[in-house]
Ligand binder design. Structure first.
Ligand code: HPA
Length: 249
């Protein structure tokens, strides 16, 4: 089963044909919101997908306070095998300005202090997952196909740098990320992507750039302006999600 983890701007998805909502309590605590189960029809067949708003229903959870472990555990328990994550990001790469859609292929983790693994000594085993390719190649391919069918221009690869937040970066931090090879900066890809891998779920991300990263544009960063770009891009994101969901079930 496919799950969509919605990011900023995608806290609700009323266009889905919702069948039920179920709250999951996990050994790691509560997930961001009840899981929304919905039906999607493809070639006469009806299939279920799950929607989870990462920041909670009213967008009340900042990136560093999201219980990523509970979210991923709940999705696994619900029978999810594949996750499409939606992330709002800042852009640094060539052409990756506000409004750009990007399918990252790599990431660098700059977060700290987040509960980032299900593997602790008490479990009695050591699990070093292979994370060479953090995103599922198969899902990225299908996502790229869906974006092409939706007629949306997009960048088919990028390195996503995940910062701790919730503050935005300094101009010097962004220059360091650029030197490191990052094209995008966001706060929510990690540990979400690696927890999905630990639980054996395929994971890919569709990013919407909502601002040039700190220091790259003339103006100061404005949350209102980011929200405006996000609102303008959300219907295209939903279009891509529907096509993707229909081609992958
Ligand atoms: N930095 C980090 N996270 C973000 C940004 C940014 O500039 N824009 C949206 N999410």
């Amino acid at each position: 089963m496919l799950a969509i983890i919605g990011g900023s701007g995608l806290n609700q998805f009323p266009e889905l044909r919702i069948t039920k909502e179920r709250f999951f309590s996990t050994p790691y605590g509560d997930c961001s919101a009840p899981l929304t189960f919905a039906e999607i029809e493809s070639e006469g067949k009806i299939n279920s997908i799950i929607f989870l708003p990462r920041h909670g229903k009213g967008h009340r959870l900042p990136p560093h306070l999201i219980n990523y472990r509970a979210n991923l555990w709940a999705l696994k328990e619900a029978g999810v095998t594949r996750i499409l994550a939606i992330n709002a990001v800042g852009g640094m790469g060539v052409g990756m300005g506000p409004g750009a859609f990007v399918v990252p292929h790599q990431l660098i983790d700059y977060t700290w202090g987040r509960e980032h693994s299900f593997n602790f000594a008490a479990d009695g085993y050591v699990n070093h997952i292979d994370f060479t390719q953090p995103y599922s190649a198969r899902m990225r391919e299908l996502l790229i196909k869906a974006l092409n069918s939706a007629g949306l221009p997009f960048h088919p690869q990028a390195v996503y740098g995940c910062t701790q937040g919730p503050r935005l970066e300094t101009a010097a931090e962004i220059q360091r990320l650029i030197r490191d090879g990052c094209d995008l900066v966001g706060m929510t890809a990690m540990p979400e992507a690696s927890l999905a891998r630990e639980l054996g779920m395929e994971y890919a991300s569709l990013c919407l750039v909502v601002n040039w990263a700190a220091g790259l544009a003339d103006q100061e960063l404005s949350l209102d302006e980011m929200m405006r770009v996000l609102a303008a891009g959300i219907s295209d994101i939903k279009k891509a999600i529907f096509i993707f969901a229909k081609t992958t079930i």
